[in-house]
Structures are given as C-alpha cells and as structure tokens.
Design a protein around this ligand. Structure first.
Ligand code: CTP
Length: 399
C-alpha cells in the first residue's frame, strides 16, 4: 500500500505505523510531501519500509518519469497519515502540483481506495472549512478515519489528534475484511462477572474476556453494528465497538435483555457466575477475633443465554443465538447436551483450563447436524472464522 505523509507533528507516529503495517504483512511504499519532510526524514521512512521514499513528481528514477501513475496503479490502497488540513483541502480541489496529491487524483477510484487519517489542532479540526472539506472528500469516495481526543502538540486539548498507529492498523484491517455481517446488529457478552460478598470482596472467575473481545472485533470488521457487554476485564475496547461495562450477572442480564430487542445475532461468551451471595453485606465483613468464619448463602443467577434463546425473536429466527461452553473433559458430549439444554442453534465448545487467559484456543462448533472443529489458532483467527461461520447461517438480510 502507499503510505502518504503530509505535513504535521503526527508524522512521528507514521514511523511506527509503517512498522506495524509491515509486521501485519503489507508492502509499504512511502510517499512524502515537502512539508512532511520538515517533520521526519525520508531516511527514517526508507529504513523502516525498506523501499526508497518518493517525494517529487519529477523523480527521474522512474523509467517513464510518471511516479504518480506507477505508484497509484501498484497500490491496493492509499493511506494518508497524517492528513493535514491543507492536504484535505488539496484533495477537495483535485490539486496536482505535488506528487502525493497528484497520485491521489490519478488513482483508479474504483480499484484503489483512499483512506485519510486527519491530524491537526482542535480549532483547525472544528473549523467549518475543514468539516466541509472532509464531507466533500468522503463524498468523492475517500474513507475518512476518525481522530483522537487529548493533549495536542500545541499545548491545547481536544479533538484532532491523529489516531494511534495500532488504531490505524485496526482500521485498515477492518476496511479490507469481507463485509459478511453488513447491516446486522451483533450483541456479545464477554469476560467474567463479579458477585459481591461485601463492598470489598466478591466471587469471580478466571475468564479473561479475550475470546469475546476478539469476536466483537471480528464482527465489527465484518460490517456489523456491535455492542459488547463486558464484565470486569482489563482489555481495550475494539475500535468501532460500543462497550457496556457491567459487574454482576444481574447487571449483565439487564444490559443484554435491553439490547437483544433489535439484535440479529447474540453471542454469549461471558463466563457468567452461576450463583451469587444471597445477602451481600452493605459493610465490610470484619473478623471478630473469635476464629468463626462467615457462612455464605447463595442464590442461582438467571441463565442469560437461555432466557434470550427463549425470547420470541430468537424462537422465530430473527435473533440467532450462539452459546459457549467451557468444559474440562468430554467436550463433544457436554457441548451437545448444553446446546440442547440452552436451546440455541449453535454452541461453541472449548476446553476451559486450556484457554482461560491464553491468546490461542481450539473450538468445537456443535449444531443440530453435528460438529466441526476449528483447530488451534490465535483467538483473533478463530474469532474471524467463527464470524464467517455464523454469517453463513443467518437468513438473508432485509434490504
Ligand atoms: N451463560 C449465561 N448466563 C448464565 C450462565 C451461562 O448466559 N447465568 C451462558 C454463557 O455465556 C455460555 C453458556 O451459557 O454461552 C454456557 O455457560 P456454562 O456456565 O458453561 O454452562 P452451564 O449452563 O452453567 O453448565 P455447567 O455449569 O454444567 O457447565
């Protein structure tokens, strides 16, 4: 892909972005404007990309002397990061007086997507001229990525920072993913729940939430509108995913039931506590020195998945429910029985102790016809495979 740098302090992030793109498997051809070279040298970008950097439309290295044609024809996409306010205005005008704008203009619009990652001061970002220009750039077919919020190099705080390299990489990957869940709403639960004993103690489990977060990310990449209801975990929210944080199984149930009303897929990966303390103490339970231990009574939590699977929309097929099962042995037998018990069309089994907290896993997909294994791979890859599988099971989307 062509990574284009226009002038802005955020150029320093583009060095890391370049590395991350290459690590993810991309071939990166860097093109820099004269202004970008004020912020970072072509030497750095050449060393990181392993390719000569282009900066001039008069570059005599190209045998036909047309770098704008050659570079834009070879690329699968052009990513401008950072894209300055000035460069956005240039795109709007279709300027062709320097190489980067020229090659954006010369690109075959249908075949070579243009992604822009704006970066500028918050006042420049908020200015009607910039917003008008961005709307025009989007209308002309470019994909305008968002901006970050926070401290800016100028000392001010607000919107307009360039997204971080890892976020941009996520956006680029999402852009290229097949949109098998376009126009679908997907609801995912993830992580453990926390059942309070008193204000400082509680009962939880070792679920890390990684599988559920990977599924939410893959669903969003596949074009879905994703809501992730997460128990207490320390994981970053996948880009473009709406996250609702909850603590207890009861909180999770409320959050899920509300949002299941208009979802088309519900994927329950959360390791929901089966029981909660019957009478959590409002105050910390103290040792009284007598050596006596407190006695805890429990009540059973509602089965969120089973409840949703019994709802009218699930029964009539408008809501496709997917359950997970973490077992320690006899996976197929337990997963098959659990699928029937929960009343879901698809149940995904895995061996709990082998997956909790790990980055990879193996899955067993059980449906009414039989089972299929997704062999050991990273949770990221398994999530993508699972999303493909689920998408193929859905009734056609309504237009
Ligand atoms: N689940 C749920 N609400 C609960 C318990 C479980 O939504 N209160 C969902 C999980 O998210 C998972 C599936 O049900 O998708 C399987 O949960 P699991 O706890 O493994 O099954 P149980 O029914 O508790 O069976 P067992 O304890 O016998 O393994």
């Amino acid at each position: 892909m062509v990574l284009g740098l226009s002038g802005g302090v955020a150029c320093y992030k583009s060095a890391d972005l370049c590395r991350q793109l290459i690590k993810a498997g991309a071939t990166v051809q860097v093109v820099m404007t004269e202004a970008a070279e004020q912020f970072i040298t072509p030497v750095t970008m050449q060393a990181l990309s392993g390719r000569t950097v282009y900066g001039s439309q008069w570059d005599a290295r190209e045998p036909n002397n047309m770098p704008h044609i050659n570079l834009s024809r070879e690329a699968d996409a052009i990513l401008i990061a950072p894209c300055s306010a000035d460069f956005i205005a240039r795109l709007v005008q279709g300027r062709a007086d320097e190489l980067l704008s020229l090659l954006c203009l010369a690109r075959p619009v249908q075949r070579v997507p243009l992604l822009v990652a704006p970066a500028m001061n918050r006042e420049m970002w908020a200015h009607p001229a910039t917003q008008r220009n961005l709307a025009q750039v989007a209308q002309d077919g470019a994909v305008v990525l968002g901006v970050g919020n926070g401290d800016q190099a100028c000392g001010e705080t607000g919107d307009g920072r360039m997204l971080e390299p890892a976020e941009l990489l996520e956006e680029v990957i999402a852009f290229f993913a097949p949109k098998v869940l376009a126009s679908r709403k997907v609801l995912v639960t993830a992580g453990p729940t926390f059942e309070a004993i008193d204000p400082v103690r509680g009962i939880t489990n070792l679920s890390s939430g990684k599988m559920g977060f990977a599924i939410a990310r893959a669903a969003r990449e596949a074009g879905a509108d994703v809501t992730l209801v997460a128990g207490p975990v320390h994981l970053p929210t996948p880009r473009g995913v709406r996250r609702v944080d909850v603590q207890s199984a009861q909180d999770m149930l409320v959050a899920v039931e509300q949002r299941a009303q208009d979802a088309s897929v519900f994927i329950a990966t959360a390791a929901v506590a089966d029981w909660r303390p019957a009478a959590p103490s409002a105050q910390k339970i103290k040792k009284d020195g007598s050596g006596q231990t407190p006695t805890l009574g429990f009540v059973e939590n509602a089965d969120i998945l089973a409840r949703v699977a019994q709802s009218a929309r699930a029964v009539d097929g408008s809501l496709f429910c997917v359950g997970f099962a973490a077992e320690s042995h006899d996976l197929l037998a337990h997963a098959t029985a659990k699928r029937a018990r929960k009343g879901v069309p698809l149940l995904v089994g895995n061996i709990g102790p082998a997956t909790f907290g790990q980055d990879d896993n193996a899955l067993l997909l059980v449906d009414e016809k039989g089972h299929r294994e997704l062999p050991r791979a990273s949770k990221r890859v398994l999530a993508q495979q699972l999303i493909q599988d689920i998408a193929a099971r859905l009734p056609p989307a309504r237009a």
